[in-house]
Design a binder for this molecule. Structure first.
Ligand code: BMX
Length: 298
């Protein structure tokens, strides 16, 4: 596996549930701080939170900094939450400019795209010409490497695989699109399904524990999520000829989840089954990828 020994600097990962910052030396995270993400915080508050985390790591204006955020970031550096239920106050935010004036110069990229870049450069995607990454987390995000390049679009939506439709999904998604993969498979969807099943107050971890104990209602919820993600993998392989898909995110990497996805994939004809691999970088992926993006070392 390739290592990037001269990857040095700082990175921030603002996800739907947590915001993390890291100091990176020779391609390795040497120090990290994390706080819960405030769902209803204004853009200014989100940037202030990033700045506080970086201060604690010794960041100083002028240091190399890469930032990854949940939501799409267009080519002008404007940040939009695609799913407004995840970040209520993020409409069209000139995030690049804000970070520049409050913290310092940084490139800003989508969190899953950053993780994809890191996996393709340093992790589970090394060696594949056409590779996909899916994070099953607060939302369902992703990224695509086509002909060894991270595929990006002017509007920043490319790779947002969680907003494709699923035959398993029947509800409105916070993106405004009906029946998306995210609306049935994500952490938020699993928590909503538990409430609907009459188990208010249980978090996603508890739903997984109940599924492992053989509770039918929880088993159905987790299985439906895994089935939707398996079919997403098959769709991506069909449309793009992906050789491999890596699964990441707190749910994607939860014990037994990938095995469930694999079992559903195995029911399909071989040609629709990309190689399914586990993310090797885990929650370090968006941080390393954000810095890779900033330094252009990929
Ligand atoms: C959503 C979308 C993506 C993001 C993905 C995973 C929003 C706010 N986010 O699909 O941009 O990459 O979730 O994000 O629209 P996470 O918050 O689960 O890490």
């Amino acid at each position: 596996m390739m290592t990037i020994s001269d990857l040095n600097g700082f990175a921030v990962d603002l996800g739907g549930t947590k915001t993390a910052a890291a100091r990176i030396r020779n391609g390795t995270i040497v120090e990290r701080n994390q706080i819960p993400t405030e769902r209803y915080a204004t853009p200014d508050k989100q940037v202030a939170a990033m700045g506080n985390l970086l201060d604690r790591l010794g960041y100083q204006r002028g240091d190399t900094l890469g930032v990854a955020v949940t939501g799409r970031v267009d080519s002008s550096g404007v940040w939009h939450a695609v799913n407004r239920q995840t970040l209520a106050k993020i409409g069209s935010v000139g995030i690049g400019q804000k970070i520049n004036s409050v913290i310092g110069s940084a490139s800003v990229t989508n969190d899953a795209a950053a993780a994809t870049l890191a996996e393709a450069t340093l992790g589970s995607g090394v060696g594949f010409e056409n590779f996909g990454y899916i994070t099953v987390s607060t939302g369902v995000g992703g990224g695509l490497v086509l002909c060894r390049r991270l595929h990006q679009s002017i509007n920043g939506l490319a790779g947002h695989v969680g907003f494709s439709s699923s035959s398993h999904a029947h509800e409105m998604c916070g993106s405004g699109r009906h029946g998306t993969v995210e609306s049935i498979a994500s952490g938020n969807a699993i928590a909503r399904a538990a409430i609907k099943a009459g188990y208010k107050g249980l978090d996603v971890r508890a739903v997984f524990e109940q599924a492992a104990l053989g509770e039918d209602w929880a088993e159905t919820i987790v299985e439906t999520s895994a089935n939707a993600v398996a079919n997403l993998c098959a769709d991506l392989a069909t449309i793009l000829g992906l050789q491999a898909v890596a699964l990441g995110g707190s749910i994607g990497m939860a014990t037994g989840y990938m095995e469930r996805v694999r079992a559903h994939l195995k029911q399909l004809p071989n040609i629709f089954q990309p190689k399914l691999v586990r993310s090797t970088l885990g929650s370090d992926g968006p941080l390393l990828g954000a810095l890779l993006q900033e330094t252009g070392k990929y």
